[in-house]
Design a protein around this ligand. Structure first.
Ligand code: HEM
Length: 509
Protein backbone atom coordinates (compact mmCIF):
# COMPACT_ATOMS: atom_id res chain seq x y z
CA UNK A 1 0.00 0.00 0.00
CA UNK A 2 1.61 3.33 -1.02
CA UNK A 3 1.67 6.32 1.33
CA UNK A 4 -0.93 8.32 -0.70
CA UNK A 5 -3.40 5.47 -0.43
CA UNK A 6 -2.68 5.02 3.28
CA UNK A 7 -3.04 8.78 3.79
CA UNK A 8 -6.38 8.76 1.96
CA UNK A 9 -7.63 5.87 4.08
CA UNK A 10 -6.48 7.59 7.27
CA UNK A 11 -8.12 10.85 6.19
CA UNK A 12 -11.36 9.10 5.31
CA UNK A 13 -11.30 7.28 8.66
CA UNK A 14 -10.72 10.54 10.52
CA UNK A 15 -13.51 12.31 8.64
CA UNK A 16 -16.01 9.50 9.25
CA UNK A 17 -14.98 9.40 12.95
CA UNK A 18 -15.59 13.15 13.28
CA UNK A 19 -18.88 12.95 11.34
CA UNK A 20 -20.01 10.05 13.52
CA UNK A 21 -18.99 11.92 16.66
CA UNK A 22 -20.81 15.05 15.50
CA UNK A 23 -23.90 13.02 14.58
CA UNK A 24 -23.87 11.23 17.92
CA UNK A 25 -23.51 14.56 19.67
CA UNK A 26 -26.57 16.05 18.02
CA UNK A 27 -28.55 12.95 18.96
CA UNK A 28 -28.06 13.13 22.70
CA UNK A 29 -31.34 13.40 24.61
CA UNK A 30 -32.45 17.02 25.03
CA UNK A 31 -31.24 19.08 27.97
CA UNK A 32 -30.74 22.67 29.12
CA UNK A 33 -28.22 24.90 27.29
CA UNK A 34 -24.61 24.28 28.28
CA UNK A 35 -21.24 26.06 28.15
CA UNK A 36 -18.37 25.00 25.89
CA UNK A 37 -15.94 22.57 27.59
CA UNK A 38 -17.47 22.65 31.08
CA UNK A 39 -20.92 21.66 29.82
CA UNK A 40 -23.63 21.99 32.49
CA UNK A 41 -21.20 22.55 35.38
CA UNK A 42 -22.51 26.07 36.02
CA UNK A 43 -26.19 25.12 36.00
CA UNK A 44 -26.03 21.74 37.78
CA UNK A 45 -27.93 22.26 41.06
CA UNK A 46 -26.34 21.18 44.36
CA UNK A 47 -29.56 21.22 46.41
CA UNK A 48 -33.01 19.84 45.60
CA UNK A 49 -31.69 18.26 42.42
CA UNK A 50 -34.69 15.93 42.18
CA UNK A 51 -37.20 18.80 42.18
CA UNK A 52 -35.15 20.94 39.80
CA UNK A 53 -34.60 18.02 37.40
CA UNK A 54 -38.35 17.40 37.41
CA UNK A 55 -38.99 21.05 36.50
CA UNK A 56 -36.43 20.79 33.68
CA UNK A 57 -37.97 17.52 32.49
CA UNK A 58 -41.27 19.32 31.87
CA UNK A 59 -39.41 21.37 29.28
CA UNK A 60 -36.85 18.90 27.93
CA UNK A 61 -38.62 15.56 28.33
CA UNK A 62 -38.52 12.36 30.40
CA UNK A 63 -35.04 11.47 29.18
CA UNK A 64 -32.73 14.41 29.70
CA UNK A 65 -29.05 14.74 28.93
CA UNK A 66 -26.46 16.73 30.87
CA UNK A 67 -22.69 16.82 30.43
CA UNK A 68 -20.18 17.95 33.02
CA UNK A 69 -16.52 18.19 31.99
CA UNK A 70 -16.99 15.43 29.44
CA UNK A 71 -18.98 13.15 31.81
CA UNK A 72 -22.44 12.25 30.53
CA UNK A 73 -25.49 12.18 32.75
CA UNK A 74 -28.97 11.07 31.75
CA UNK A 75 -31.92 11.79 34.03
CA UNK A 76 -34.97 9.54 33.68
CA UNK A 77 -38.09 11.35 34.84
CA UNK A 78 -40.76 8.76 34.00
CA UNK A 79 -41.27 5.18 35.16
CA UNK A 80 -41.76 4.12 31.55
CA UNK A 81 -38.29 5.34 30.51
CA UNK A 82 -36.73 3.76 33.62
CA UNK A 83 -38.37 0.39 32.90
CA UNK A 84 -37.40 0.58 29.20
CA UNK A 85 -33.74 1.18 30.00
CA UNK A 86 -32.94 -0.11 33.50
CA UNK A 87 -35.13 -3.23 33.34
CA UNK A 88 -35.65 -4.17 29.71
CA UNK A 89 -32.03 -3.33 28.83
CA UNK A 90 -30.58 -4.33 32.20
CA UNK A 91 -27.57 -5.98 30.50
CA UNK A 92 -26.45 -2.43 29.60
CA UNK A 93 -27.60 -0.41 32.62
CA UNK A 94 -26.77 -2.42 35.78
CA UNK A 95 -23.32 -1.01 36.52
CA UNK A 96 -22.66 1.78 39.05
CA UNK A 97 -20.50 4.84 38.39
CA UNK A 98 -17.07 4.68 39.96
CA UNK A 99 -16.80 7.04 42.97
CA UNK A 100 -13.18 7.64 43.88
CA UNK A 101 -13.76 8.85 47.44
CA UNK A 102 -15.74 5.68 48.21
CA UNK A 103 -12.86 3.57 46.94
CA UNK A 104 -10.37 5.53 49.08
CA UNK A 105 -12.71 5.06 52.05
CA UNK A 106 -12.79 1.29 51.51
CA UNK A 107 -16.52 1.10 50.73
CA UNK A 108 -16.35 -2.28 49.05
CA UNK A 109 -19.82 -3.73 49.53
CA UNK A 110 -22.56 -4.30 46.97
CA UNK A 111 -24.19 -0.87 47.15
CA UNK A 112 -21.73 0.88 44.80
CA UNK A 113 -20.05 -2.26 43.45
CA UNK A 114 -19.45 -2.44 39.69
CA UNK A 115 -21.55 -5.00 37.83
CA UNK A 116 -19.66 -8.27 37.39
CA UNK A 117 -18.70 -11.57 39.00
CA UNK A 118 -18.17 -10.20 42.50
CA UNK A 119 -21.45 -8.26 42.31
CA UNK A 120 -23.33 -11.43 41.37
CA UNK A 121 -21.91 -13.28 44.42
CA UNK A 122 -22.85 -10.45 46.77
CA UNK A 123 -26.26 -10.04 45.16
CA UNK A 124 -26.93 -13.76 45.62
CA UNK A 125 -26.21 -13.43 49.34
CA UNK A 126 -28.32 -10.31 49.94
CA UNK A 127 -31.13 -11.56 47.70
CA UNK A 128 -31.41 -14.95 49.39
CA UNK A 129 -31.40 -13.29 52.83
CA UNK A 130 -34.32 -11.03 51.86
CA UNK A 131 -36.61 -13.06 49.55
CA UNK A 132 -40.35 -12.92 50.32
CA UNK A 133 -40.02 -16.37 51.91
CA UNK A 134 -37.06 -15.37 54.10
CA UNK A 135 -38.80 -12.15 55.13
CA UNK A 136 -41.85 -14.13 56.27
CA UNK A 137 -39.60 -15.76 58.88
CA UNK A 138 -38.68 -12.32 60.30
CA UNK A 139 -42.29 -11.33 61.02
CA UNK A 140 -42.24 -12.27 64.69
CA UNK A 141 -39.14 -10.12 65.25
CA UNK A 142 -40.76 -7.21 63.38
CA UNK A 143 -44.00 -7.51 65.35
CA UNK A 144 -42.35 -7.76 68.77
CA UNK A 145 -40.02 -4.80 68.16
CA UNK A 146 -42.85 -2.71 66.74
CA UNK A 147 -45.09 -3.19 69.77
CA UNK A 148 -42.22 -2.27 72.11
CA UNK A 149 -41.64 0.79 69.94
CA UNK A 150 -45.28 1.92 70.09
CA UNK A 151 -45.21 1.69 73.87
CA UNK A 152 -41.91 3.56 74.06
CA UNK A 153 -43.53 6.46 72.16
CA UNK A 154 -46.03 6.82 75.01
CA UNK A 155 -43.37 6.56 77.68
CA UNK A 156 -40.88 9.04 76.16
CA UNK A 157 -42.46 12.28 74.99
CA UNK A 158 -40.87 14.13 72.07
CA UNK A 159 -38.26 11.50 71.39
CA UNK A 160 -39.91 9.95 68.35
CA UNK A 161 -36.89 10.64 66.07
CA UNK A 162 -34.53 8.68 68.31
CA UNK A 163 -37.11 5.96 68.96
CA UNK A 164 -37.82 5.40 65.26
CA UNK A 165 -34.08 5.13 64.67
CA UNK A 166 -33.79 2.62 67.52
CA UNK A 167 -36.73 0.61 66.16
CA UNK A 168 -35.25 0.46 62.63
CA UNK A 169 -31.80 -0.44 64.00
CA UNK A 170 -32.98 -3.09 66.45
CA UNK A 171 -35.08 -4.94 63.86
CA UNK A 172 -32.36 -5.17 61.22
CA UNK A 173 -29.56 -6.12 63.62
CA UNK A 174 -31.74 -8.84 65.16
CA UNK A 175 -32.53 -10.23 61.74
CA UNK A 176 -28.94 -10.05 60.52
CA UNK A 177 -26.87 -10.79 63.61
CA UNK A 178 -29.27 -12.28 66.18
CA UNK A 179 -31.16 -10.84 69.14
CA UNK A 180 -29.51 -8.13 71.25
CA UNK A 181 -30.04 -6.62 74.66
CA UNK A 182 -31.75 -3.20 74.46
CA UNK A 183 -28.63 -1.41 75.75
CA UNK A 184 -26.48 -2.97 73.01
CA UNK A 185 -28.66 -1.35 70.31
CA UNK A 186 -27.22 2.06 71.31
CA UNK A 187 -23.77 0.89 70.20
CA UNK A 188 -25.13 0.03 66.73
CA UNK A 189 -26.93 3.38 66.51
CA UNK A 190 -23.63 5.11 67.30
CA UNK A 191 -21.85 3.01 64.68
CA UNK A 192 -24.41 4.05 62.07
CA UNK A 193 -24.31 7.70 63.15
CA UNK A 194 -20.51 7.76 62.72
CA UNK A 195 -20.90 6.05 59.35
CA UNK A 196 -23.44 8.64 58.17
CA UNK A 197 -21.22 11.55 59.25
CA UNK A 198 -18.31 10.09 57.26
CA UNK A 199 -20.37 9.47 54.12
CA UNK A 200 -22.03 12.88 54.31
CA UNK A 201 -18.70 14.64 54.75
CA UNK A 202 -17.00 13.08 51.79
CA UNK A 203 -19.97 13.44 49.46
CA UNK A 204 -20.62 17.11 50.11
CA UNK A 205 -20.58 19.58 47.19
CA UNK A 206 -16.99 20.12 46.17
CA UNK A 207 -16.15 16.47 46.80
CA UNK A 208 -16.63 15.94 43.09
CA UNK A 209 -13.39 17.76 42.20
CA UNK A 210 -11.39 14.65 43.01
CA UNK A 211 -13.77 12.62 40.84
CA UNK A 212 -13.05 14.80 37.81
CA UNK A 213 -9.34 15.29 38.55
CA UNK A 214 -8.03 12.05 40.16
CA UNK A 215 -4.58 13.60 40.80
CA UNK A 216 -6.25 15.80 43.45
CA UNK A 217 -6.04 12.85 45.84
CA UNK A 218 -2.22 13.08 45.79
CA UNK A 219 -1.99 16.84 46.42
CA UNK A 220 -1.26 18.12 49.94
CA UNK A 221 -4.24 18.59 52.24
CA UNK A 222 -3.95 22.41 52.18
CA UNK A 223 -4.66 22.44 48.43
CA UNK A 224 -8.26 23.56 47.82
CA UNK A 225 -10.60 20.72 46.86
CA UNK A 226 -8.48 17.90 48.28
CA UNK A 227 -10.34 17.66 51.64
CA UNK A 228 -12.77 14.83 50.80
CA UNK A 229 -10.01 12.52 49.53
CA UNK A 230 -7.87 13.19 52.61
CA UNK A 231 -10.78 12.69 54.96
CA UNK A 232 -11.75 9.47 53.17
CA UNK A 233 -8.18 8.18 53.72
CA UNK A 234 -8.21 9.18 57.41
CA UNK A 235 -11.58 7.53 58.00
CA UNK A 236 -10.82 4.26 56.29
CA UNK A 237 -10.31 2.33 59.55
CA UNK A 238 -13.32 3.77 61.43
CA UNK A 239 -15.48 3.12 58.36
CA UNK A 240 -14.39 -0.53 58.24
CA UNK A 241 -16.00 -1.01 61.68
CA UNK A 242 -19.45 -1.09 60.02
CA UNK A 243 -18.47 -4.45 58.49
CA UNK A 244 -16.35 -5.89 61.35
CA UNK A 245 -18.01 -4.80 64.60
CA UNK A 246 -21.43 -6.49 64.20
CA UNK A 247 -19.82 -9.67 62.93
CA UNK A 248 -17.34 -9.81 65.80
CA UNK A 249 -20.06 -9.10 68.37
CA UNK A 250 -22.11 -11.95 66.97
CA UNK A 251 -19.03 -14.21 67.14
CA UNK A 252 -18.56 -13.27 70.81
CA UNK A 253 -22.22 -14.03 71.50
CA UNK A 254 -21.83 -17.37 69.77
CA UNK A 255 -18.72 -18.20 71.83
CA UNK A 256 -20.67 -17.40 75.02
CA UNK A 257 -24.04 -18.91 74.16
CA UNK A 258 -23.47 -21.26 71.23
CA UNK A 259 -25.14 -20.91 67.83
CA UNK A 260 -28.55 -19.74 68.97
CA UNK A 261 -31.56 -18.24 67.27
CA UNK A 262 -32.33 -17.82 63.62
CA UNK A 263 -30.51 -14.94 61.95
CA UNK A 264 -28.93 -14.38 58.56
CA UNK A 265 -25.53 -14.87 60.18
CA UNK A 266 -26.41 -18.01 62.12
CA UNK A 267 -27.80 -19.58 58.92
CA UNK A 268 -24.60 -18.66 57.07
CA UNK A 269 -22.43 -20.08 59.85
CA UNK A 270 -24.28 -23.37 59.61
CA UNK A 271 -23.23 -23.53 55.96
CA UNK A 272 -19.62 -22.62 56.89
CA UNK A 273 -19.44 -25.56 59.27
CA UNK A 274 -19.47 -27.89 56.25
CA UNK A 275 -16.40 -26.21 54.76
CA UNK A 276 -13.95 -26.06 57.64
CA UNK A 277 -11.40 -28.13 55.76
CA UNK A 278 -10.98 -25.31 53.17
CA UNK A 279 -9.58 -22.40 55.20
CA UNK A 280 -8.90 -20.17 52.16
CA UNK A 281 -12.41 -20.48 50.82
CA UNK A 282 -13.67 -19.90 54.36
CA UNK A 283 -11.67 -16.63 54.66
CA UNK A 284 -13.19 -15.40 51.40
CA UNK A 285 -16.66 -16.37 52.53
CA UNK A 286 -16.19 -14.62 55.86
CA UNK A 287 -15.19 -11.42 54.07
CA UNK A 288 -18.18 -11.68 51.72
CA UNK A 289 -20.49 -12.30 54.68
CA UNK A 290 -19.13 -9.28 56.59
CA UNK A 291 -19.51 -7.01 53.55
CA UNK A 292 -22.93 -8.30 52.51
CA UNK A 293 -24.49 -8.14 55.99
CA UNK A 294 -22.79 -4.75 56.52
CA UNK A 295 -24.38 -3.53 53.26
CA UNK A 296 -27.83 -4.68 54.37
CA UNK A 297 -27.34 -2.96 57.72
CA UNK A 298 -26.05 0.26 56.12
CA UNK A 299 -28.82 0.37 53.54
CA UNK A 300 -31.67 -0.54 55.88
CA UNK A 301 -31.55 1.85 58.80
CA UNK A 302 -31.72 5.37 57.42
CA UNK A 303 -34.15 4.48 54.60
CA UNK A 304 -36.63 2.74 56.91
CA UNK A 305 -36.26 5.40 59.63
CA UNK A 306 -36.84 8.18 57.07
CA UNK A 307 -39.92 6.41 55.68
CA UNK A 308 -41.47 6.22 59.14
CA UNK A 309 -40.83 9.92 59.77
CA UNK A 310 -42.65 10.58 56.46
CA UNK A 311 -45.53 8.42 57.77
CA UNK A 312 -45.70 10.49 60.98
CA UNK A 313 -45.63 13.73 58.96
CA UNK A 314 -48.39 12.45 56.66
CA UNK A 315 -50.60 11.33 59.54
CA UNK A 316 -50.25 14.62 61.42
CA UNK A 317 -50.87 16.81 58.40
CA UNK A 318 -53.72 14.63 57.09
CA UNK A 319 -55.76 13.75 60.18
CA UNK A 320 -58.69 12.56 58.06
CA UNK A 321 -56.48 9.81 56.56
CA UNK A 322 -55.29 8.80 60.02
CA UNK A 323 -58.91 8.64 61.19
CA UNK A 324 -59.97 6.52 58.22
CA UNK A 325 -57.10 4.10 58.88
CA UNK A 326 -58.00 3.89 62.57
CA UNK A 327 -61.64 3.22 61.72
CA UNK A 328 -60.66 0.44 59.33
CA UNK A 329 -58.57 -1.26 62.01
CA UNK A 330 -61.32 -0.90 64.65
CA UNK A 331 -63.96 -2.26 62.27
CA UNK A 332 -61.94 -5.23 61.03
CA UNK A 333 -59.83 -6.21 64.04
CA UNK A 334 -61.75 -4.74 66.96
CA UNK A 335 -60.12 -3.52 70.12
CA UNK A 336 -59.20 -6.78 71.83
CA UNK A 337 -56.05 -7.62 69.99
CA UNK A 338 -53.23 -5.94 68.08
CA UNK A 339 -52.76 -6.21 64.28
CA UNK A 340 -50.81 -9.14 62.86
CA UNK A 341 -49.29 -9.67 59.42
CA UNK A 342 -52.14 -12.09 58.61
CA UNK A 343 -54.50 -9.08 58.64
CA UNK A 344 -52.80 -7.39 55.69
CA UNK A 345 -55.29 -8.59 53.05
CA UNK A 346 -58.29 -7.34 55.01
CA UNK A 347 -56.80 -3.87 55.72
CA UNK A 348 -56.63 -2.32 52.22
CA UNK A 349 -56.72 1.30 53.40
CA UNK A 350 -53.88 0.72 55.90
CA UNK A 351 -51.84 -0.88 53.12
CA UNK A 352 -52.72 2.03 50.82
CA UNK A 353 -51.37 4.44 53.47
CA UNK A 354 -48.00 2.65 53.33
CA UNK A 355 -47.95 2.79 49.52
CA UNK A 356 -48.88 6.47 49.57
CA UNK A 357 -46.14 7.28 52.11
CA UNK A 358 -43.65 5.71 49.71
CA UNK A 359 -45.02 7.70 46.75
CA UNK A 360 -45.73 11.05 48.44
CA UNK A 361 -42.13 11.48 49.48
CA UNK A 362 -39.63 8.91 48.12
CA UNK A 363 -36.87 8.86 50.74
CA UNK A 364 -34.16 7.99 48.22
CA UNK A 365 -35.32 10.67 45.76
CA UNK A 366 -32.94 9.85 42.93
CA UNK A 367 -32.43 6.15 43.80
CA UNK A 368 -28.77 5.24 43.32
CA UNK A 369 -27.08 6.04 40.02
CA UNK A 370 -26.74 3.33 37.36
CA UNK A 371 -24.07 3.36 34.65
CA UNK A 372 -24.24 2.21 31.04
CA UNK A 373 -21.57 -0.20 29.82
CA UNK A 374 -22.08 0.24 26.06
CA UNK A 375 -23.41 2.80 23.58
CA UNK A 376 -27.18 2.70 23.27
CA UNK A 377 -29.92 4.27 21.18
CA UNK A 378 -33.29 4.95 22.83
CA UNK A 379 -36.14 6.39 20.78
CA UNK A 380 -33.54 7.86 18.42
CA UNK A 381 -31.51 9.42 21.28
CA UNK A 382 -27.88 8.44 21.74
CA UNK A 383 -26.71 7.42 25.22
CA UNK A 384 -22.95 6.82 25.21
CA UNK A 385 -21.13 4.10 27.12
CA UNK A 386 -20.16 5.25 30.62
CA UNK A 387 -23.20 7.51 31.09
CA UNK A 388 -24.39 7.94 34.66
CA UNK A 389 -28.12 7.26 34.60
CA UNK A 390 -30.22 8.81 37.36
CA UNK A 391 -33.77 7.58 37.89
CA UNK A 392 -35.55 10.64 39.28
CA UNK A 393 -38.04 8.97 41.64
CA UNK A 394 -39.41 12.31 42.82
CA UNK A 395 -40.20 13.18 39.21
CA UNK A 396 -41.94 9.83 38.72
CA UNK A 397 -43.97 10.23 41.91
CA UNK A 398 -45.19 13.63 40.73
CA UNK A 399 -46.11 12.43 37.23
CA UNK A 400 -49.49 14.02 36.58
CA UNK A 401 -50.13 11.63 33.70
CA UNK A 402 -50.25 8.83 36.31
CA UNK A 403 -51.23 10.47 39.63
CA UNK A 404 -54.03 12.99 39.99
CA UNK A 405 -53.04 15.95 42.25
CA UNK A 406 -49.71 14.26 42.97
CA UNK A 407 -48.62 16.57 45.79
CA UNK A 408 -51.71 15.60 47.83
CA UNK A 409 -51.38 12.76 50.33
CA UNK A 410 -54.27 10.57 49.25
CA UNK A 411 -54.08 6.81 50.02
CA UNK A 412 -57.44 6.18 48.30
CA UNK A 413 -55.78 6.84 44.95
CA UNK A 414 -54.60 3.21 45.09
CA UNK A 415 -57.94 1.63 46.04
CA UNK A 416 -59.84 0.08 43.16
CA UNK A 417 -62.71 2.07 41.65
CA UNK A 418 -65.37 3.03 42.73
CA UNK A 419 -63.94 3.26 46.33
CA UNK A 420 -60.75 4.87 45.05
CA UNK A 421 -59.07 6.12 41.89
CA UNK A 422 -57.46 2.82 40.82
CA UNK A 423 -54.06 4.46 40.29
CA UNK A 424 -51.01 2.16 40.02
CA UNK A 425 -48.89 1.38 43.09
CA UNK A 426 -45.67 3.44 43.08
CA UNK A 427 -43.10 0.63 43.00
CA UNK A 428 -40.31 2.90 41.69
CA UNK A 429 -39.48 3.85 45.28
CA UNK A 430 -37.16 0.80 45.43
CA UNK A 431 -35.34 1.42 42.15
CA UNK A 432 -35.07 -0.76 39.06
CA UNK A 433 -33.72 -3.79 37.27
CA UNK A 434 -30.84 -5.89 38.53
CA UNK A 435 -30.00 -3.20 41.13
CA UNK A 436 -33.54 -2.99 42.57
CA UNK A 437 -33.47 -2.78 46.38
CA UNK A 438 -33.07 -6.34 47.70
CA UNK A 439 -34.53 -5.21 51.05
CA UNK A 440 -37.85 -4.05 49.57
CA UNK A 441 -40.04 -6.87 50.94
CA UNK A 442 -38.47 -6.48 54.36
CA UNK A 443 -38.77 -2.68 54.31
CA UNK A 444 -42.38 -2.80 53.20
CA UNK A 445 -43.39 -5.33 55.85
CA UNK A 446 -41.56 -3.41 58.63
CA UNK A 447 -43.34 -0.18 57.71
CA UNK A 448 -46.66 -2.00 57.28
CA UNK A 449 -46.69 -3.62 60.73
CA UNK A 450 -45.61 -0.31 62.25
CA UNK A 451 -48.39 1.60 60.47
CA UNK A 452 -51.05 -0.94 61.48
CA UNK A 453 -49.84 -1.00 65.10
CA UNK A 454 -49.73 2.79 65.38
CA UNK A 455 -53.19 3.20 63.83
CA UNK A 456 -54.56 0.57 66.21
CA UNK A 457 -53.13 2.09 69.36
CA UNK A 458 -52.04 5.74 69.06
CA UNK A 459 -53.15 9.20 67.98
CA UNK A 460 -50.51 11.34 66.29
CA UNK A 461 -51.21 15.05 66.20
CA UNK A 462 -49.58 18.49 66.09
CA UNK A 463 -47.30 19.32 69.01
CA UNK A 464 -48.23 21.73 71.81
CA UNK A 465 -46.20 24.60 73.23
CA UNK A 466 -45.63 25.25 76.96
CA UNK A 467 -49.09 26.93 77.19
CA UNK A 468 -50.79 23.90 75.72
CA UNK A 469 -51.47 25.71 72.44
CA UNK A 470 -51.16 23.77 69.20
CA UNK A 471 -47.99 24.44 67.19
CA UNK A 472 -49.04 24.77 63.53
CA UNK A 473 -47.49 21.96 61.52
CA UNK A 474 -46.23 22.36 57.99
CA UNK A 475 -43.94 19.59 56.81
CA UNK A 476 -40.52 20.62 55.54
CA UNK A 477 -37.98 18.22 54.12
CA UNK A 478 -34.18 18.01 54.11
CA UNK A 479 -32.15 16.15 51.51
CA UNK A 480 -28.85 14.34 51.26
CA UNK A 481 -28.63 10.91 49.58
CA UNK A 482 -31.80 10.19 51.51
CA UNK A 483 -34.49 12.76 52.15
CA UNK A 484 -36.74 13.07 55.15
CA UNK A 485 -38.81 15.62 57.11
CA UNK A 486 -36.91 18.16 59.18
CA UNK A 487 -37.22 17.44 62.90
CA UNK A 488 -40.66 18.31 64.23
CA UNK A 489 -42.55 18.17 67.50
CA UNK A 490 -45.71 16.13 67.74
CA UNK A 491 -48.18 14.95 70.31
CA UNK A 492 -48.57 11.21 70.78
CA UNK A 493 -51.32 9.78 72.96
CA UNK A 494 -52.97 6.37 73.37
CA UNK A 495 -56.18 5.96 71.37
CA UNK A 496 -57.83 4.43 74.46
CA UNK A 497 -56.91 2.81 77.75
CA UNK A 498 -57.69 -0.55 76.11
CA UNK A 499 -55.16 0.05 73.32
CA UNK A 500 -52.52 1.09 75.87
CA UNK A 501 -53.20 -2.07 77.90
CA UNK A 502 -52.72 -4.17 74.77
CA UNK A 503 -49.27 -2.64 74.31
CA UNK A 504 -48.36 -3.23 77.96
CA UNK A 505 -49.43 -6.84 77.77
CA UNK A 506 -47.41 -7.27 74.55
CA UNK A 507 -44.33 -6.08 76.49
CA UNK A 508 -44.70 -8.74 79.13
CA UNK A 509 -44.85 -11.55 76.53
C1 HEM B 1 -38.27 2.03 52.72
C2 HEM B 1 -37.02 1.65 52.81
C3 HEM B 1 -36.10 1.52 51.62
C4 HEM B 1 -36.06 2.24 50.46
C5 HEM B 1 -36.98 3.36 50.03
C6 HEM B 1 -34.96 1.73 49.66
C7 HEM B 1 -34.62 2.18 48.40
C8 HEM B 1 -33.54 1.71 47.68
C9 HEM B 1 -33.17 2.21 46.38
C10 HEM B 1 -33.91 3.29 45.61
C11 HEM B 1 -32.07 1.53 45.99
C12 HEM B 1 -31.31 1.71 44.67
C13 HEM B 1 -31.94 0.85 43.60
C14 HEM B 1 -31.35 1.07 42.23
O1 HEM B 1 -30.16 1.28 42.11
O2 HEM B 1 -32.11 1.05 41.23
C15 HEM B 1 -31.73 0.62 47.04
C16 HEM B 1 -30.64 -0.23 47.01
C17 HEM B 1 -30.32 -1.10 48.03
N1 HEM B 1 -31.07 -1.36 49.17
FE1 HEM B 1 -32.77 -0.41 49.71
N2 HEM B 1 -34.35 0.72 50.36
C18 HEM B 1 -35.02 0.56 51.55
C19 HEM B 1 -34.74 -0.36 52.53
C20 HEM B 1 -33.76 -1.31 52.47
C21 HEM B 1 -33.57 -2.35 53.43
C22 HEM B 1 -34.45 -2.59 54.65
C23 HEM B 1 -32.48 -3.06 53.03
C24 HEM B 1 -31.85 -4.26 53.67
C25 HEM B 1 -32.50 -5.12 54.42
C26 HEM B 1 -31.98 -2.45 51.80
C27 HEM B 1 -30.87 -2.88 51.09
C28 HEM B 1 -30.44 -2.31 49.90
C29 HEM B 1 -29.21 -2.71 49.22
C30 HEM B 1 -28.19 -3.75 49.71
C31 HEM B 1 -29.14 -1.95 48.04
C32 HEM B 1 -28.06 -2.00 46.97
C33 HEM B 1 -28.47 -3.00 45.89
C34 HEM B 1 -27.51 -3.07 44.70
O3 HEM B 1 -26.75 -2.15 44.46
O4 HEM B 1 -27.57 -4.09 43.98
N3 HEM B 1 -32.80 -1.40 51.49
N4 HEM B 1 -32.65 0.73 48.05
Amino acid sequence: MDSTYAGLLLGAGLVSFLVLKARKKTNYPPGPPSDPLIGHLRVLPFDNQDVIFHTWAKKYGDVMHLEVLGNHLVVLDSREAAIDLLEKRSAIYSDRPFVRVFEILGMSDIVMMPYGESFRNHRKFVHSSMTKGAVATYQTTQTVHTRLFALSLLENKNQHEMLINRWATSIIISVLYGQHAVEEVGEYMKLMEDHNVVVLNITQPGASLVEFFPFFQYLPAWFPGTGPAHRARQWKDPFRRIYDYPYEQAEKNMALNGLRGDSVLSRTWCKFADRQDHPEAAAEEIELTKLATGALFRAAVETTWSTVTVLFTAMISNPECQKRGQEEISRVIGSERLPEFEDMDVLPYTTAIVHEVMRWHPVVPMALPHRSVQDDLYKGMFIPEGTTVIPNLTGMSLDERVYKNPTLFNPSRFLPKPDGDGEPIFDATFGFGRRICPGRHFAFSSVWILTATILATLNLSEGKDEHGDTIPFSPEFKSAITSRPKEFVCDITARSSASESLLWSARSV
